[in-house]
Design a protein around this ligand. Structure first.
Ligand code: NAG
Ligand code: NAG
Ligand code: NAG
Length: 265
């Protein structure tokens, strides 16, 4: 029986899109770098030592629920990302956006070798290094912790964190570099927000992830949505003068908040 089930699921996997399961970090990950000069009003502040990390923090400091937002490769200074953090905070969460790049995010400088940069900033290593952040938040009586991430920050980061049993829920928006196997190891409810025009993690990858989640015997909650008419980066590097892009990013944020609300009570 067990063998038969295994066999069936192998067939299903094999039937999926030629077995392409890994989404490399490239191309659209580098599009639309944030305009760092466009910083609007920010509700939070930067702290220098959150378990050894600089971090943008926002929201009620005494809340028992915290959200860690992991940035894309452009780092924690991106104004639209901080705006999203502020909006999450308005829902009652203490939100932290750590600087995982030690002051050296990818800047779009064409002389930087992106492959090398990614090698030097492994999200898997960052997830390990981030453990003290979760320990510190727990020490501060934040018993319920969620993780949201974008691109690099969900590429391996949020998924690796979700394997460690540290968090109650994760939301990953336009992920990069995750693989189907990751979906078998995530230990908490996971929401995946993809983009129709994403060349980094094309729709078919998102469907493969959802398929793997659906196949799990423990029936861990999951949800996936693919937003039409947008590309990779749509949730945190959108064109803020394009009403459609703004509306889509708002919808993604609302879905993220809904997921946290549902699984972090
Ligand atoms: C970029 O870095 C990678 C990894 O270190 C290396 O293999 C590759 O040759 C480099 N590419 C260029 C154009 O320097
Ligand atoms: C998405 O793809 C469609 C069809 O290829 C194209 O018409 C549209 O301009 C693309 N939109 C974005 C935001 O990339
Ligand atoms: C942003 O959107 C506006 C309005 O749709 C458009 O005129 C502008 O070209 C867009 N900017 C970029 C960089 O795509």
């Amino acid at each position: 029986m067990a063998l038969e089930l295994l066999y069936t699921s192998l067939i299903c996997l094999a039937a999926l899109a030629g077995g392409a399961t890994s989404a490399p970090l490239h191309l659209q990950c580098l599009d639309n770098p944030p305009d760092l000069t466009a910083a609007g009003a920010q509700a939070g502040k930067v702290v220098d030592d959150l378990a050894g990390f600089r971090a943008y923090v926002t929201g009620p400091v005494h809340s028992d629920r915290a959200i860690v937002l992991a940035s894309d490769i452009f780092g924690f200074e991106a104004p639209l990302l901080r705006q999203a953090a502020d909006k999450v905070a308005e829902a009652g969460y203490y939100v932290v956006v750590p600087d995982f790049f030690n002051g050296k995010p990818y800047t779009g400088d064409p002389s930087v070798n992106i492959t090398q940069w990614i090698d030097d900033h492994s999200p898997v290593k960052a997830a390990r290094d981030a453990k003290p952040i979760f320990a510190t938040l727990k020490k501060e009586r934040k018993s319920i912790i969620g993780v949201g991430g974008y691109c690099w920050g969900v590429g391996k980061f949020a998924v690796e964190i979700a394997k460690m049993d540290e968090v109650k829920a994760i939301v990953i928006s336009h992920p990069s570099s995750i693989v189907v196997d990751d979906m078998r190891e995530v230990k908490c409810p996971i929401e995946i927000l993809g983009a129709q025009n994403d060349t980094t993690t094309p729709q078919k990858f998102i469907y493969q992830f959802l398929h793997a989640l659906r196949k799990r015997s423990d029936k861990a909650p999951y949800f996936g949505k693919i937003f039409p008419g947008v590309a990779h980066g749509f949730a945190c590097r959108y064109n803020s003068t394009d009403p459609f892009a703004v509306r889509t990013a708002e919808q993604a944020l609302a879905l993220m908040l809904g997921w946290f609300k549902k699984y972090m009570e």
